[in-house]
Each structure stands twice: as C-alpha cells, then as structure tokens.
Design a protein around this ligand. Structure first.
Ligand code: GTP
Length: 324
C-alpha cells in the first residue's frame, strides 16, 4: 500500500511566513505540520509519494534530512496543477487502493480502520468526513444509507450545503480514479472528478474525534492546541528557568530563563525569550528573539523575527526576519 500526499499549494493564507517557509514545514506542537500528517499513516507502507510544487526543494531537503519510517519520493510540479493535476502528475505506479492525504490536516485517525472500512464496502473510494459548523471553505457530502456519499459539492454557498460533513482531507481511493483525471493541465479533483465517481460507490468515514484544517493562522494555533491536548506535542515541559505553564514544545538551544509562558507554545531551535517577556498560544520559529518584557499572544513568528523589548504582539503573523 502506498500513500500520495498533496503538498504543492502556495499557503497564501499563511503569508508572509509562507513566502519563505512552506506551510507544511511550519512547526506545530513542536514539529512540522507535515510530520503530524505522516503520523496518521500506517508504519508499514511500501512508499509515500509527495506531490510537491511551491518550495519543493525546501520540502525535499527537509524530508531527506529527517526521514520518515517509509521510503519517500517527491514529484514536483513545475506549475501548480491543482489537487487532481498533482495526483495525476505524481500518481504513476500507485498501489490499488492508495491513501490520499492533504498535508495540512490535524486529526486523530486510525488509518487501518479506514482501510478496513473501505475494503468491506467495496466502493471506488472512502473519504474521511469531519463535522463542522461553517462548511463554506470545504467540500460537503450528502450522506445516504451506510454513509454512501450521494452528492458532493465543493465550497458551496451556505444555503446550498447538503450537510455539515466535509471532506477531512484523508481518503482511500481505488487506483482507477487516476485514469479519470485529465493530464497536462490544472485539475481540481474535488470539483472536476469526485462528482463523476459517485455512481461507482463513494463512502464516508465519519471522524468522531478532533479535526482541524491548519490552513490559516487561527486554525493553525487551534490545531496546535488540539495536538498538545492529544499528547502529540511531546512532554511540553517549560524551558529551563522559565515560569508560567506549559505545554511548551521547545527546540534545541532555546534560551528562556526568567521568561514566562502561557499554554500552547512552540519555540523553534535557538529561539530566545528574554527575562520578563511572556509568550502564549503562539508558534515562534527558529532564531526568534523576544525582547525583555515583551508579550506575544495568539501569533505566529517566522524564522529570525525580532520583537523589541516591551512590545506587544497579539494576533499577528510575521514573516522571516521581521522586526517589530
Ligand atoms: P491557500 O493558498 O492558503 O489556500 O493554501 P493551499 O495552497 O495549501 O491550498 P489548500 O489549503 O486548499 O490545499 C489543500 C491541499 O492541497 C494542501 O495540502 C495543498 O498543499 C494541496 N495543494 C493545493 N494546490 C495544489 C497543487 O497545485 N499541487 C499540489 N501538488 N498540491 C496542491
């Protein structure tokens, strides 16, 4: 069994951080988002194929330096091909069936269960579904008997949404779906291909635990809280000499003696939080310096950001090297 991971998007909603760091490598609860996605996959896969595009060489280098438990191959798009185009471009030699995973979802899932359900129902695909209040940014499923998906509408207007169950970004598909994707041009799998597959039997797998799409700053911070609460952020101990309360996932060489923390913080390698400063509900990437008595809350700070002493940073997303 193989898995295909879609990782070629621009991550525009996380700019300016994503101008230099691909979304999937932003650390969430102590490790890059992509590695939380990897954790969802079974350990005995034959191969994982990464359909990359934007910042492909950075993703490739990182994955080589931090190898996951299975062989990984990256297939980069020269121009963004969309989800379907990316699948087509990278999907040569896929297993039948295969896992398809979006690289920005945070959830708790037993992939073995998902596969077993797929096999027992025998359709063309089984899509994990999450129940959300606001369906607008997602693909929404109408469910029939045995959770068969009877209609699938991508990003509908609220009044047209057939339910609150949305495509959660992890699925099992028969390899035959790759034949249904036109080649050589951008294709949205969800808009152009999925509706035409319903007649072959597409089923839903309802997620009963947490789910978040970490595609915006607020949702990425929410995803971090969920991961910490699920124990997936490591021990979460406060850095040496720090005050306040964790969980805090601190990288190597962090200096934070005399600083204080609220819950849910990631500190990248070599970050410094000076005495009297306070950091809470935040992602602070490598090499950041938070000056004395400064305050950082509900924010994402890209690599090397400098926060001046006494400054308040609340609800901001700052790109690499920014000074405030
Ligand atoms: P935004 O620009 O903020 O919307 O983020 P995004 O570009 O990541 O888009 P979105 O969150 O809708 O993408 C869902 C998933 O599909 C993510 O895992 C993306 O990396 C992936 N994806 C989006 N577009 C492409 C593409 O053109 N090629 C490939 N290979 N993957 C894509």
């Amino acid at each position: 069994m193989k898995a295909l991971v879609l990782i070629g998007g621009f991550g525009t909603r996380l700019r300016p951080i994503t101008y230099t760091v691909p979304k999937q490598l932003i650390p969430v609860a102590g490790k890059p988002l992509l590695y939380h996605v990897f954790d969802l996959l079974p350990r005995d896969l034959e191969e994982v194929v990464l359909a990359t595009g934007y910042k492909a060489e950075i993703v490739d280098a990182y994955v080589r330096a931090h190898p996951p438990p299975w062989p990984v191959r990256t297939v980069a798009e020269r121009e963004p091909l969309g989800t379907g185009g990316g699948m087509k471009n990278a999907g040569g030699g896929m297993s039948d069936p295969f896992f398809l995973v979006n690289s920005d979802v945070v959830t708790a899932l037993d992939a073995g269960d998902l596969l077993a359900l797929h096999r027992s129902r025998g359709g063309v695909g089984t899509m994990t579904l999450a129940e959300v209040e606001d369906t607008k940014p997602y693909g929404v499923a109408a469910l029939g008997a045995n959770d068969r998906i009877e209609a699938f509408v991508e990003k509908p207007d609220p009044q047209d949404a057939p339910s609150h169950w949305i495509n959660a970004g992890v699925a099992v598909w028969s390899a035959s779906v790759l034949d249904r994707i036109p080649s050589g041009r951008p294709v949205s799998f969800e808009r152009e291909v999925v509706p035409g597959l319903l007649a072959q039997g597409l089923y839903g797998y309802r997620l009963r635990r947490y789910w978040e799409d970490a595609g915006t700053p607020d949702r990425m911070l929410r995803a971090q809280q969920l991961l910490f609460a699920d124990g997936r952020g490591g021990k979460g101990l406060l850095p040496h000499g720090a005050l306040g309360r964790g969980p805090v996932a601190a990288g190597r060489g962090v200096v934070a003696s005399g600083a204080s923390f609220g819950p849910n913080v990631t500190l990248g390698d070599g970050a410094t939080v000076e005495p009297g400063a306070h950091v809470e509900n935040a992602i602070v990437m490598e090499g950041v310096v938070v000056g004395r008595e400064a305050e950082v809350r509900n924010s994402l700070l890209g690599p090397g950001v400098r926060v001046a002493p006494g400054r308040r940073v609340v609800g901001e997303t700052l790109g690499e090297g920014a000074q405030t």
